[in-house]
Design a protein around this ligand. Structure first.
Ligand SMILES: Nc1ncnc2c1ncn2[C@@H]1O[C@H](COP(=O)(O)OP(=O)(O)OP(=O)(O)O)[C@@H](O)[C@H]1O
Length: 761
């Protein structure tokens, strides 16, 4: 006769078998849908494409979700006081009658699974965690929530939680969907709008909450968040790799997960600059400094312009060219024109200077502009004197002390030295991003610009909006066709039959549009439309003053929700880079001021929110630490910044060994050799010591990690080498050591030859 528990397990197994059978049916249906979608597209007309895409996308994502959830698909059950019960799983499923079979953990009905307590049972009498291995139920963990049955429970699902915490850590973080704690659930399900600030000490589950929140938001409003995009930003590539599997395991692969060093496409920076350099690059003065730098004379620009016109030698010497460059900048800044769009302005200013040197009243200014402006030698000079600038090209000028007022010689030297590396640092990335916006793109030249229209189009391409063409076509069809800036297709058509009134009306209308773009039309002339057909093109006057122009909105890469992990460390420049992508986004900001190590880390959360351009946030605090056992946490707390509350460890015990050693290298070798073979092991030391230690850490299964890269990571067994070196390496060395000492899940070995550092004052 099987005991009651075995019977219960068997009962749950029957249910889980039903779920898996249903999964197979749905999987087959999804495959069929995908196949059908493909065959319809192969056979059908173009119109079927849209339908096909929607079908295939839906089927594919369903299939992916089902594959990802193979393990532990069903993990919970709630029994209510009215006799009802239902099961909770990683995804929602209906049976063949469309009745709910399994409730998605993110659904409102599943919230009670994480939140019901004996004091506030929410109608739940029993909360059951199913412990499964694949499709097999191996154990159950019940909480009876009726006060009569159980009294006060310390923690819901304690058995399952302890089992999860004791499990050896691997190279990747695992999701916690089975054991989310109540305070964590409140943070995960907080409303999407505005800013949600989630704080808590090391190991309180902030990263887990951030990732589960991303999955939750996508579940609650998929069209908004999948369409607009969700961005999760982490401190390093090591970190994003470590957490990279959690969202796919939760069935979400549409979230953009990026390290700060990977926010600019084409750049993958992993190296951090020394604190003094990071403090310059990340600082509030940098935007103004870059905005000045980009107008400076590019290295290698020609120093003199010499031309012969009508037998006269016209020369612009270097001081005149410097004056001209200032004039271009003034004009461009007044009209909101960015450097890469300002070459036509540069051409006009140079032609002005050259014209002022022409001797004789018989020459015509327009003819002069057209003739000289189109000369190859003038074009070549212009391209060299006003080259197209790229962010990396301008950023490299920061290494030139003559150009950059950085303060002391030591700081300037350190800044210059930072650019001797062959690669960019993480601290350079926000600067590259800022410059990309500041420099702008050059106006795209029409494929074949008809001769003689150069001067007419010149001002069109120098305004704040890139204008490729603005033309009124009258030969393309019977009527008129109006083309707007940058569009190859017409924005308005009229016809049939061209009469003068219609053309005049169209011109007036076009002039109104152009005025809105900040240009005054002084006449119309012959030109070509985007198809190369003859058309009227507007002859434009100077752009109107900037104040009367509409502000340009550069959409760039933006998201519907942005989640920032380890946000305490974001410098002002990093915040600007993120804020540009979060222009229309709600945000989740996650961090711990006790782990702030960046030299420009914000003094407090209001300060950080202000850097992000936000003011108010709903704040949720996580108080229980799930990673670090108490003994280790207490040791680490001596390096915690005064005034910040220590985290309460959920777990007792922990294995802490602090050993003074006269032969540190021998001690490191010994500690590595003795480290356990199961679970993850790391040796952590000051960055400058890593190369030396590489020869001592000979086991492949032991990671050697520089202190600057351990943020957000965890290991079962941690060996910390020479804490005093870690503290001395940077201004916020105590916080760095605090981060290092809070990485251990099971055991911490601290090896030192120098005295252990004192705590911060
Ligand atoms: N409810 C939970 N159930 C099981 N494990 C949990 C739970 N909450 C947190 N953990 C585990 O605790 C560890 C720490 O979580 P996490 O890394 O999210 O904390 P953190 O607050 O981001 O830490 P840090 O600030 O040090 O980076 C992880 O192994 C995580 O899986």
């Amino acid at each position: 006769m099987p005991d009651a528990r075995t019977q219960e397990i068997a009962g749950e197994q029957t249910f889980v078998d039903r779920v898996y059978a249903r999964v197979e049916v749905v999987r087959a249906q999804s495959r069929e849908l995908a196949r059908e979608g493909h065959s319809r597209a192969a056979a059908g007309p173009v119109g079927a494409l849209v339908e096909r895409d929607a079908m295939v996308r839906h089927a594919a994502s369903r299939l992916r979700a089902l594959d990802a959830e193979e393990e532990g698909l069903v993990f919970g059950r709630l029994d209510f006081d009215d006799g009802e019960n239902y099961h909770i799983g990683r995804l929602g499923l209906r049976d063949s009658d469309r009745e709910p079979l399994l409730i998605d953990w993110r659904a409102p009905a599943a919230a009670a699974f994480y939140r019901a307590t004996p004091g506030e049972p929410m109608g739940v009498v029993r909360r059951r965690v199913l412990i499964c291995r694949g499709p097999k139920v191996v154990d159950l963990d019940d909480d009876m929530l009726s006060p009569d049955d159980a009294g006060e429970l310390a923690v819901l699902g304690e058995g399952a939680l302890l089992a999860a915490l004791r499990r050896a850590r691997g190279p990747h973080m695992r999701d916690i969907v089975t054991t989310i704690a109540r305070e964590q659930d409140e943070a995960i399900r907080a409303p999407a709008r505005g800013v949600t600030l989630i704080t808590g000490g090391p190991g309180t589950g902030k990263t887990q909450v951030a990732l589960h929140r991303a999955a939750y938001l996508l579940y609650t409003d998929r069209s908004r968040f999948a369409g607009g995009g969700v961005l999760v930003v982490g401190p390093s590539t090591v970190f994003t790799t470590y957490i990279g599997r959690v969202l796919p395991a939760l069935g979400e692969d549409s979230v953009h997960l990026r390290a700060v060093g990977e926010m600019v496409s084409g750049v993958r920076a992993v190296r951090r600059d020394a604190a003094e350099v990071a403090a310059i690059k990340g600082g509030e003065r940098m935007p103004a400094l870059l905005a000045d730098l980009m107008w400076q004379t590019p290295p290698g620009a020609p120093l003199r312009l010499r031309l012969v016109y009508a037998g006269q030698v016209l020369t612009l010497p270097s001081d005149e060219l410097a004056r001209a460059r200032r004039a271009v900048r003034e004009h461009a800044e007044a009209t909101g024109t960015r450097p890469n769009a300002a070459r036509p302005v540069a051409a006009a200013v140079l032609l002005d200077s050259l014209w002022s040197r022409v001797d004789g009243a018989d020459f015509d200014r327009d003819l002069f502009d057209d003739e000289v402006g189109d000369r190859p030698e003038f074009r070549r000079f212009l391209a060299a004197w006003w080259p197209r600038l790229t962010p990396d090209r301008v950023l490299a000028w920061l290494a030139d002390r003559e150009r950059v007022p950085t303060g002391g010689a030591a700081a300037a030297g350190a800044l210059a030295a930072s650019y001797r590396h062959p690669d960019w640092s993480v601290d350079d990335v926000p600067l590259l991003d800022e410059l990309a916006g500041l420099l702008g793109e050059p106006p795209t030249a029409p494929a074949e610009r008809p001769a003689g229209t150069a001067s007419r189009l010149r001002e069109l391409t120098s305004g704040p909006t890139l204008i490729d063409w603005f033309a009124l076509g009258c030969a393309l069809r019977d009527g008129w066709t109006l083309f707007a800036p940058g569009l190859a297709t017409p924005i308005a058509l009229a016809g049939p039959g061209i009469d003068n009134d219609a053309v005049t009306a169209a011109q007036r209308w076009a002039e109104g549009v152009l005025l809105g773009e900040g240009h005054r039309v002084v006449g119309w002339g012959d030109g070509f439309d985007p198809y190369g057909e003859e058309a009227y093109v507007p002859v434009l006057a100077e752009p109107l003053p900037a104040a009367e122009q509409e502000e340009e909105v550069d959409e760039g890469e933006t998201y519907a929700h942005v989640i920032l992990d380890e946000a305490q460390d974001l410098s002002p420049m990093e915040c600007r880079m993120i804020a540009r992508r979060a222009r229309y986004a709600s945000m989740t900001v996650v961090g711990d001021l006790g782990q702030a190590t960046h030299p420009l880390a914000a003094a407090g959360w209001p300060d950080l929110l202000a850097r992000l351009g936000r003011r108010d946030a709903r704040t949720l605090e996580l108080r229980t630490g799930y990673r670090v056992p108490r003994t280790i946490a207490e040791f680490a707390t001596r390096y915690l910044t005064p005034g910040i509350a220590a985290t309460q460890s959920y777990r007792d015990g922990g294995d802490l060994r602090v050993r003074a050693a006269s032969d540190l290298d021998a001690e490191v070798r010994r500690a590595v050799a003795r480290a356990p073979r199961d679970g993850s092991v790391a040796v952590i030391a000051a960055d400058h010591a890593i190369e030396r230690l590489a020869g001592l850490v000979t086991r492949d299964d032991v990671s050697l990690v520089p202190a600057s890269l351990v943020k957000g990571l965890e290991f079962d067994h941690v060996i910390v080498v020479e804490p005093a070196d870690i503290v001395d390496a940077e201004p916020r060395g105590h916080s760095r050591l605090y981060v290092v000492l809070t990485r251990a899940v099971g055991a911490l070995v601290v090896l030192h030859r120098r005295p252990l550092p004192d705590g911060p004052r």
